[in-house]
Design a binder for this molecule. Structure first.
Ligand code: MG
Length: 272
């Protein structure tokens, strides 16, 4: 008798589980869409417009053309007036690159990379760069620099105009990881823009990566990296590495001889 009761209970439990599996999939869907929790969502198709209208949270107001033409909530990293906010990577000393009179800066060969004093995690980054109209050298040695997110992950800067190289190291590549979706450079000597949306990697307490960084890049307004997964550091030789880290600087590269790359109008918006 006891066995029969137990079997009956077991059967009920199994049936209850089966019942749950056959529930309308809509009922099982998350009620969170783009961070908004639709608490009243029941899986039943709404019949009134008000049922799908929300009034919170209210997005902050941003003037898209604030100080220096940067959005009003941006951190302006370089406006052409000084190297305040930057330092040499090697020894944290004052920047020895060239401050030009036209609001830009230029790499000074063999002085080393520079980086922001402020550190960042998730950002929207705007930066403009140009390579000289007078072209010199070939391949990776023609106006090579780079924009490193968190000091570690390089978006390549290179004069690729009529200048072939390995495509995972060409302009707007994630160096040796992602070929750009297009080659969208302006003529040598003109100003390029990079608009980058970057989400930092996450690491657990043991120092292991639990989420890769992702990056989207617009080169002169053209999508060239589409939410690409950054597999780790971007070395010249070797595979990507994943040292655990927190926030990091924006770093600009001195590639050595004959970089001759200039930068201007650099700002970031820290993302939530
Ligand atoms: Mg480079």
């Amino acid at each position: 008798m006891r066995k029969i009761v137990l079997s009956g209970l077991l059967l009920l439990v199994v049936l209850a589980c089966k019942e749950k599996e056959t529930v309308d999939p809509l009922e099982e869907q998350s009620t969170e869409v783009q961070g908004i929790v639709y608490e009243e969502y029941t899986g039943v198709e709404p019949t009134k417009p008000e049922e799908t209208e929300v009034y919170e949270p209210v997005p902050p107001t941003v003037d898209p053309f604030g100080k220096n033409g940067a959005p009003s909530d941006a951190v302006v990293l370089f406006d052409g007036s000084s190297f305040d906010g930057w330092m040499m990577v090697n020894d944290s000393s004052e920047v020895s690159w060239i401050l030009n009179t036209d609001g830009s800066m230029s790499v000074k060969d063999r002085t080393g990379d520079i980086m922001t004093k402020q550190h960042f995690g998730d950002v929207q980054l705007h930066i403009e760069w140009s390579s000289p109209a007078e072209v010199e050298r070939e391949g990776q040695n023609r106006a090579n620099s780079g924009v490193f997110l968190q000091g570690l992950y390089e978006v390549q800067v290179l004069d690729n105009n009529d200048n072939d190289t390995y495509v995972n190291g060409q302009v707007a590549s994630i160096y040796k990881q992602h070929i750009p979706l297009a080659m969208a450079s302006v003529p040598s000597g003109e100003w390029n823009t990079y608009d980058i949306i970057y989400r930092a990697p996450e690491f657990n307490e043991g120092g292991n990566k639990t989420r890769s960084a992702t990056i989207t890049v617009l080169h002169n307004g053209v999508l060239v990296q589409d939410h690409a997964e950054i597999k780790g550091t971007t070395p010249y030789i070797g595979w990507p590495k994943n040292p655990p880290h927190g926030k990091g600087p924006i770093r600009l590269q001195d590639h050595g001889d004959n970089s001759r790359v200039s930068f201007r109008n650099i700002w970031v918006r820290e993302l939530q």
